[in-house]
Design a protein around this ligand. Structure first.
Ligand code: HDL
Ligand code: ZN
Length: 423
């Protein structure tokens, strides 16, 4: 039955967006078999690297509060609980927590049934201290209405690798992504590590080395069963220069991606360690070259590319590139774009240029609890944009049913990705 009035239409869009399960295609969380690689709880939420960068904006060198002169090393040497105390004091109590990352902490507390008005960090800590990781995973997935997540899985991570090698069976809600920054962005080091693992590789990417890298990739695809292979790339990324990275992409990643039906996810535009002292909080952003993406899509039409770009200035041209190449699927409002202003702008742009053939968001959650706020905030924003887009349709005289809205929203929240995989 058609939704005849605009009010009913907008209300239905709101409700459908808020009740549709999400398939989150990029996160940094882990299921419980990975132990303390899975971050959760209020102290992890407060020491999220976005908030670490923000606490230094308030220059916690205020002698009046007897904080000793804080520098990056001193901060990171503090116990996480002390780091969280400082962030809570500076970012939440001494200044209103209006930033997206700060507001997210409060949304998270509220969705877990705590009252942000208490402002009592130790009371919040008691809630988490009473839970196990498995219980909390179930709570967060239920409250956030998450169908499944894709992790970021790095064979070069010395803590993570043994878990995969043990063959333990994981939580079926957690899917793997084979992350290849270690291989592609530092071949000089990667080839010595691969050699130590028994792969017959050398620095020069000769035939034997290429074959051995492909063996490495296939063995990890067999082990992880990743839904895609991913890498983060600098703004200067060029897949056609003479770099080891370019050669590895053309000789190894693209052939294996095609043969094993695992899309290649390129996350482009991150300037690593612009401020090294901030460590994981120290990465910045730069505008990348869309022609590289277009040429890869053109010259590899049997390959599938998931692409997210970090610079706001790359977004419109990424949409246009996606209009030219159906083997290119843009995804998410990544990192510095995961804010109301840019989520709104990018989602409108994508709907107007790509219809429903894109992935509007991923959480990028590093802490389990962040699934709650990142998705609550994004559902809100995506619903507001979709209300306008369906209203625009309504004004043409076109009418939609609730079932069609459900179909469209579930496509955006996981269906487009699964369709792209050929699932
Ligand atoms: O490379 C990535 O996957 C990025 O998302 C980084 O992990 C970044 O530090 C981050 O957490 N962004 O949200
Ligand atoms: Zn990420």
């Amino acid at each position: 039955m058609f939704l005849e009035t605009e009010d009913k239409l907008r209300q239905t869009v709101w409700e459908v967006v808020h009740r549709t399960p999400i398939f989150d295609i990029h996160t940094h969380i882990y299921d419980a078999r990975f132990g303390d690689l899975l971050l959760w709880g209020i102290d992890e939420v407060l020491t999220y690297h976005y908030l670490v960068a923000e606490v230094f904006r308030y220059d916690p060198m205020d002698q009046q509060h007897f904080y000793e002169h804080l520098d990056y090393q001193k901060f990171y040497a503090m116990p996480k609980r002390k780091q969280a105390d400082l962030i809570w004091a500076k970012v939440f109590l001494e200044h209103s927590p209006v930033s997206e990352a700060a507001r997210g902490v409060l949304t998270t507390l509220g969705l877990l049934g705590m009252d942000p008005r208490d402002r009592n960090l130790n009371l919040y800590r008691e809630y988490f201290e009473a839970k196990t990781a498995e219980e909390h995973i179930n709570t967060v997935f239920h409250v956030a209405n998450i169908e499944g997540v894709i992790m970021t899985n790095d064979p070069f991570d010395d803590k993570e690798r043994p878990v995969w090698e043990s063959g333990q069976v994981g939580d079926k809600r957690f899917h793997a992504a084979l992350r290849l920054d270690g291989l592609l962005n530092n071949w000089g080091e990667a080839h010595t590590i691969l050699k130590s693992w028994g792969y017959n590789v050398k620095d020069k990417l000769d035939k034997t080395t290429v074959a051995e890298v492909n063996r490495f990739l296939n063995e990890w695809i067999d082990r992880m069963d990743p839904l895609y292979m991913a890498v983060s790339l600098p703004p200067t990324f060029d897949a056609f220069d003479k770099s080891d990275r370019a050669k590895l992409i053309h000789k190894c990643i693209l052939p294996v991606s095609r043969d094993r039906h695992r899309p290649f996810a390129m996350m482009i535009g991150v300037k690593k360690l612009t401020n090294p002292g901030l460590a994981v909080a120290g990465d910045s952003v730069g505008k990348a070259t869309i022609e590289v993406v277009e040429r890869l899509c053109l010259e590899n039409q049997k390959n599938k590319f998931l692409v997210t770009m970090l610079s706001r200035e790359n977004q419109h041209e990424l949409c246009i590139a996606a209009r030219k190449f159906n083997n290119l699927l843009p995804f998410g409002c990544w990192w510095y774009l995961n804010d109301p202003m840019t989520i709104d702008e990018m989602t409108r742009m994508r709907l107007e240029l790509l219809g429903l053939s894109f992935i509007p968001q991923h959480s990028d959650a590093r802490v389990l609890d962040q699934l709650l706020y990142k998705w609550a905030h994004s559902r809100w924003l995506i619903a507001l944009v979709l209300q306008d887009k369906y209203s625009d349709l309504h004004r043409t005289g076109w009418r939609v049913t609730e079932t069609e809205i459900e179909r469209d929203v579930s496509y955006l929240f996981g269906g487009a990705f699964k369709h792209f995989l050929g699932a």
